[in-house]
Design a protein. Structure first.
Length: 207
């Protein structure tokens, strides 16, 4: 059951990412880097998700002083597929100015929900999300703080890559960490209840 929530969380996350990209109002700094590289170098957005994940696995290993978390590449691979899939499916949607606002708003909230859901399964976080947790532990600060630090770092990279930076990027930097921080305890309580109920039911059947 845990792995089902893991996959569901990733696909919720990638839907949110794709909605923000499709809104053309600006994406999160990390996603802006992916889109900028895709537009100016080639390959798909999802492919760059995987490539950057490989680099982040190495940097996370150095920061955390532990072996590279190779299993995190599984999540990055599924995330890359999810992003490309949703972008393809959303490609035919008409974009009007008011649709842009709606798509971005939903995308921002859905991204936070999906991230909180799959992170709570504690199985192979995307390297950039693992970096968030590492910074949180190293600084002894909140998820909001560590997420914002990462967003600011990738914002600089996004500018260099000429990614889609706009008002949406600013909103993501300001609200992304807060939304994730908001959803973490909520999804935690819900998933713990479901998972514990499932375990109890299975144990009951074995008796």
């Amino acid at each position: 059951m845990k792995y089902i929530f893991y996959v569901v969380g990733i696909f919720i996350l990638t839907l949110g990412i794709s909605l923000t990209i499709h809104s053309n109002l600006g994406t999160s700094p990390f996603d802006a880097v992916l889109v900028g590289l895709s537009n100016h170098v080639g390959l798909t957005v999802g492919s760059w998700e995987i490539i950057l994940a490989i680099l982040l696995v190495g940097s996370n290993s150095i920061l955390a002083r532990q072996k590279p978390e190779i299993v995190g590449l599984i999540t990055a691979f599924i995330t890359g597929i999810g992003i490309d899939m949703w972008l393809l499916l959303l490609n035919d949607l008409a974009i009007l100015w008011y649709n842009q606002v709606v798509y971005f708003g939903i995308g921002l909230v859905v991204t936070g929900l999906g991230t909180a859901t799959y992170l709570h399964t504690n199985f192979a976080p995307i390297p950039v999300d693992r970096l968030t947790l590492i910074i949180k532990e190293l600084t002894n600060k909140s998820i909001f703080f560590s997420r914002t630090v990462i967003y600011l770092f990738f914002l600089v990279l996004a500018m260099l890559c000429k990614g889609p930076i706009g008002v949406g990027t600013l909103l993501t930097v300001c609200l992304g960490g807060f939304i994730l921080h908001f959803f973490m305890p909520i999804t935690g309580r819900i998933l713990d209840t479901i998972l514990n109920t499932t375990v109890n039911d299975q144990n009951g059947k074995l008796k």
